[in-house]
Design a protein around this ligand. Structure first.
Ligand code: DC
Length: 206
């Protein structure tokens, strides 16, 4: 049976960690939709026009490991994500994934609002910009990619601003999304809060 969990929120709020844990808990497939935009952003940086890149995107383009996780690719992703033709080219793939048998978790910016407005469960995961920048900074340090903290914070704020203020599918909570602020939660607490919220929706939809 199809059951879609939409998890949206700004960069480094904990969506990815929560989504993976939730997918493992319920035995659902997981799609990190940010990777689609990152793959298009990486192609743009390599000289391919963004719309052409989005139209020709293949599953193998998503499997580039940490190459898609750099700050440069993140900024390029946020820029190509503001182009309506790029977004349109990626809709069908995301919707087909969402309705696969056995359940799906999709995380991104517009899953609950645009891609899957009828998702059975919607979460909006957020945290303060400073908390998110701290987490991203630690992640980058682990990978040996660290800028200084001020640069990472400025980067997070710049992406927030672009993602929230674009005309097409801006980042915002769906009206029926459950809000989870992870600023003061441990990973376990955030995951448990998400699972409890989804369990309630599963009870309602069965
Ligand atoms: O989640 P992320 O940091 O990997 O996303 C990279 C960029 O892609 C983000 O700044 C905005 C864009 N994005 C989007 O516009 N819509 C999505 N569903 C997912 C990501």
């Amino acid at each position: 049976m199809a059951f879609t969990i939409a998890i949206d929120g700004p960069a480094a709020a904990g969506k990815g960690t929560i989504s993976k844990a939730v997918a493992a808990h319920f035995g659902f497939a997981h799609l990190d939709t940010g990777l689609l935009y990152r793959a298009v952003g990486a192609k743009l940086l390599a000289g391919v026009p963004a719309i052409d890149a989005a139209l020709a995107l293949e599953a193998a383009d998503l499997e580039q490991g940490d190459l898609l996780r750099t700050p440069e690719v993140a900024q390029a992703a946020s820029k190509v994500a503001a182009i309506p033709e790029v977004r349109a080219a990626l809709v069908d793939f995301q919707r087909a994934f969402a309705r696969r048998a056995g359940g799906a978790v999709l995380d991104g910016r517009d899953i609950g609002t645009v891609i899957c407005p009828n998702a059975e469960a919607k979460l909006f995961v957020t945290a303060s910009a400073e908390t998110r920048a701290q987490r991203r900074f630690a992640e980058l340090q682990d990978k040996g990619l660290a800028d200084d903290f001020a640069t990472v914070l400025a980067d997070v704020k710049e992406r927030d601003d672009r993602d929230m203020n674009r005309a097409d599918a801006p980042l915002k909570p769906a009206q029926d999304a459950v809000l989870i602020d992870t600023s003061d939660l441990s990973i376990d607490q955030a995951v448990q809060t998400a699972i409890t919220a989804i369990d309630e929706k599963r009870g309602q939809s069965s």
